[in-house]
Design a protein around this ligand. Sequence first.
Ligand code: MLT
Length: 260
Amino acid sequence: MPYAEINNTRLHIRQRGQGPVAVFVHGYPLDSTMWIDQLNGLADIRRCIAVDLRGFGRSMPVTGEPLTMEQHASDLAAVLDLVSEEQADIVGLSMGGYVALAFAELYPKRLRSLALIDTRAGADNEEGKAGRNAAVERLLADGRSAMAGGMEAGLLGPEPSPAARARLRTMIEGCAYETIIGALAGMRDRPDRTSVLDTITVPCAVMVGEFDAVTPPVEAEQMADVIADAVLTIVPRSGHLAPIENPPAVTAALRSFLSS
Ligand code: MLT
């Protein structure tokens, strides 16, 4: 089932392994390839499903409309329907974490566990919203390669591996302009979901790269403090994209979490 027709679009889906379903939700402006190490490393304990969110990766292109966290969450629920699974472990990185929290709010009974990686629950402040609008202007004026070059230092830790740099550039440079514009609007307008953290009663893991400058460790610690019994992992040698910067550490932390 590499492609699924759902909710009036076509999503591209990567699957590995057998067992209870774990859904992996990528960040912005990334795609499901960011989870390849985790899919390969966890296939013996989970049916791992990594979705290219609406408009991203190999999913059906979009035309620039806002890509909301709620729409992505509804798409994930439809994927679970398609594979006849009532519940899943949801693993989200950054924007994928925003989607995971929207899923937790909209479909709490469908959540078996939650892993929030390099993400936050709060909304954009006014400066953040202005930054999203400026990013659209910059993209249209200077193009995607310039954007990728500008983003790299902010997203990756101080000494990124050549593989992490290559994977990041490949994903950003493969992301359609319309998707970038839609995602920026969707993230800019997403609501504050801090109050959702109090409602999470399923097992929860919070992970963050030690050098994450976008959603820093202090924010992850605050999130983990609020969620009942959350397990916090600081991922060494990583910035904001821990699953591609230190794949073995993230896979090991997920394995231990999902096996517990
Ligand atoms: C991401 O990695 O998904 C983004 O940094 C999220 C954001 O821009 O808020």
